[in-house]
Design a protein around this ligand. Structure first.
Ligand SMILES: [Zn+2]
Length: 85
């Protein structure tokens, strides 16, 4: 009987390993797919919010924005804001 449990445990161990590998491969593939389509989707290249945005027209600097720069119109001239490098 103990042999059976030993066998079962080994079997489950391998199954868990296979499932982990499968999950990793699936996650990796979906991540690759999403990164590939990120240029056409609304996703941003940067995950976090920037420390500051700069207006491309007048150079106005907005510190610690609450949204991504392209979503914020310049408070001074309404121009497009870009992440400060
Ligand atoms: Zn501006």
């Amino acid at each position: 009987m103990s042999n059976f449990y030993k066998w079962l445990r080994e079997k489950l161990k391998w199954q868990a390993l296979m499932l982990t590998i499968l999950a990793l491969v699936t996650t990796g593939a979906s991540l690759y797919e999403s990164s590939k389509s990120s240029t056409t989707s609304t996703k941003y290249r940067y995950a976090g919010l920037p420390s500051a945005c700069v207006c491309e027209k007048c150079g106005y600097v907005l510190e610690n924005p609450t949204k991504h720069c392209p979503e914020i119109p310049c408070p001074r001239c309404g121009g497009r804001m870009w992440r400060r490098k």
